[in-house]
Design a binder for this molecule. Structure first.
Ligand SMILES: [Zn+2]
Length: 104
């Protein structure tokens, strides 16, 4: 018999790719850092993210939503970082919003 029982253990124990802790391979999330380990869960989250991106793209095609979004974004930046506008974005209003979006 050259099959070692070690191999059976490696089937039920795995390492978290993020924090490197040894964890059971049947858990969906790493109990220590919260990393998604279950393939189905990971795929589901990825699909949700793609769907959110798609919706965001659709929303951004609507000029009204876009304007409102950048307005809110600008408000947010103005209130949290009052210096960013005068220091880094001396250009006209339209370009300001684009630059802020790139920072975001
Ligand atoms: Zn982890």
């Amino acid at each position: 018999m050259d099959k070692e029982p070690k191999q059976r253990i490696s089937l039920t124990l795995t390492k978290c790719p993020r924090c490197d802790k040894a964890i059971s391979s049947d858990v969906q999330f790493c109990p220590s850092c919260g990393m998604v380990l279950d393939q189905k869960t990971a795929v589901g989250l990825e699909e949700e993210r793609i769907e959110a991106d798609r919706l965001m793209d659709l929303l951004m095609k609507d000029e009204e939503v876009k304007t409102l979004f950048f307005q809110k974004l600008q408000e947010f930046y103005n209130s949290s970082q009052p210096h960013i506008q005068s220091k880094q974005l001396p250009s006209p209003k339209r370009q300001e919003t684009t630059a802020i979006f790139h920072v975001f």
